[in-house]
Design a protein around this ligand. Structure first.
Ligand code: DQA
Length: 142
């Protein structure tokens, strides 16, 4: 079965973007690591990135309609703004794990509020690219 890995705004710039906060791994590096890990778990990875909120909503609906095993969602800055993403997660039954590379609670006050957290199955934050690995490991055990 398939695990969707959905990435929000500015994550296309991973590796170049504030590497002291987000690390030097690119999204392609993370995709390659997850694909290796998924192979060992007998899972498929469908990794996508968009800078547009509506695409993320459509992909959550798609993951649900396709019967995905789970969704790993790094909604990036939309985490802190999007009632629409909150509602999309509530509207579907596929389990969604919220992930962040950084630990938003150690950063600016405006990152302390997550609209995703109360709708997601759980949250993994602060471990860099390892946050994604841990999330995939959790989904494999569902
Ligand atoms: C992020 C944290 C968010 O606060 C920020 O807007 C991002 C990335 C992370 O992975 O650490 O774009 O989701």
């Amino acid at each position: 079965s398939t695990v969707y890995v959905l990435n929000g705004p500015n994550l296309n710039l991973l590796g170049l973007r504030e590497p002291e906060i987000y690390g030097s791994d690119t999204l392609d590096d993370i995709a390659a690591a997850l694909e290796d890990q998924a192979r060992g778990l007998g899972l498929e990875i469908e990794l996508r990135q968009s800078n547009h909120e509506g695409h993320l909503i459509d992909w959550l609906h798609e993951a649900n309609a396709e019967g995905a095993k789970g969704v790993i969602l790094n909604a990036a800055a939309f985490t802190h703004t999007s009632v629409a993403l909150h509602d999309a997660i509530k509207a579907i039954t596929v389990p969604v794990i919220e992930v962040h590379l950084s630990n938003p609670h150690k950063r600016e006050e405006f990152r302390h509020k997550s609209f995703i957290a109360s709708a997601a199955r759980g949250t993994i934050a602060g471990f860099g690219a390892l946050s994604y690995t841990l999330a995939l490991d959790a989904i494999a055990r569902f």
